[in-house]
Write a protein of this length. Structure first.
Length: 271
């Protein structure tokens, strides 16, 4: 399994396929498994790199020097520098899109294409920020994600009315229940505060290249509703694609639609 030490901690990443590079940026609370359908499809045509968030999957603890989303973007650039990858496309979902937009703004010459999925470059609306911060405090105090919190957190990531017996739903719930108090307190909770306490970067989006940017989102995404995706697409001047029958983790809920949209977008980018 590939690891690279960045800011003093081991960052785990997947590296599969050959060709033009596509980097997949994951959602908070998810490991690289959320991209399994996309890795399988994209790696037939591209070299796919999937860094795992600090404290998630097999990555090490959140480095002490990580204070914001710009740091996450710089850490991914450091990974790509280590791999001697100069130019790449980036597909970021949720926090993957939050740091992904910042990376594209900071290093536009390196980004061949950018897909922002189920994400938002603005600050977190105050009511949801307070709600998430209260959840994070409860997790920190308990040193675990107790069942009542699992009942509140897990459905956020999926479309309303989803069958909770679906294997990916149950696997996600089970994964959250197994995290150690050390992992939660040292990485997951502070990373959550960093994400939900982010600053507003909407005004900067107009600097992105509209022709090589795409905004996508689940049509039933609760935390990142379609109205936010439309707002960003209009600021960028790029296309927006709604993903039917999908909530926040659209990569898993409607993988066939997502794969087709990504393959079409990537194939049309200039070399």
């Amino acid at each position: 399994m590939p690891f690279v030490t960045i800011d003093g901690q081991p960052l785990h990443f997947l590296d599969q396929g050959v060709g033009e590079v596509v980097v997949l940026g994951s959602s908070y609370l998810w490991d690289s498994g959320m991209w399994a359908p996309q890795i399988a499809a994209l790696s037939q045509h591209y070299r796919v790199i999937v860094p795992e968030l600090w404290g998630h999957g097999q990555s090490g603890p959140l480095p002490d020097t990580t204070h914001g989303l710009d740091d996450l973007a710089n850490q991914v650039l450091a990974l790509l520098d280590h791999l001697e990858i100069q130019r790449f496309s980036l597909v970021g979902l949720s926090v993957g899109g939050m740091w992904g937009a910042r990376l594209a703004l900071a290093a536009p010459e390196r980004v061949r294409g950018l897909v922002l999925m189920d994400t938002y470059a603005g600050e977190e609306p105050a009511p949801t920020r307070q709600y998430y911060f209260s959840m994070l405090k409860m997790i920190e105090d308990a040193g675990s994600v107790p069942p009542p919190l699992l009942d509140a957190i897990v459905p956020i990531f999926f479309k309303p009315g989803i069958d909770p017996q679906l294997p990916f739903y149950q696997a996600f719930r089970a994964s959250l229940a197994t995290w150690s108090s050390e992992r939660l307190r040292d990485s997951v909770v502070p990373l959550g505060r960093l994400i939900f306490g982010r600053d507003d970067r909407l005004a900067a989006l107009s600097a992105l290249d509209a022709g090589s940017t795409l905004v996508m989102g689940g049509e039933q995404d609760k935390p990142r509703p379609p109205s936010e995706a439309w707002e960003m697409a209009e600021l960028i001047g790029c296309d927006y694609i709604g993903i039917p029958d999908a909530g926040h983790i659209s990569s898993i809920e409607n993988p066939t639609f997502v794969n087709d949209a990504l393959l079409t977008f990537l194939s049309e980018l200039p070399v």
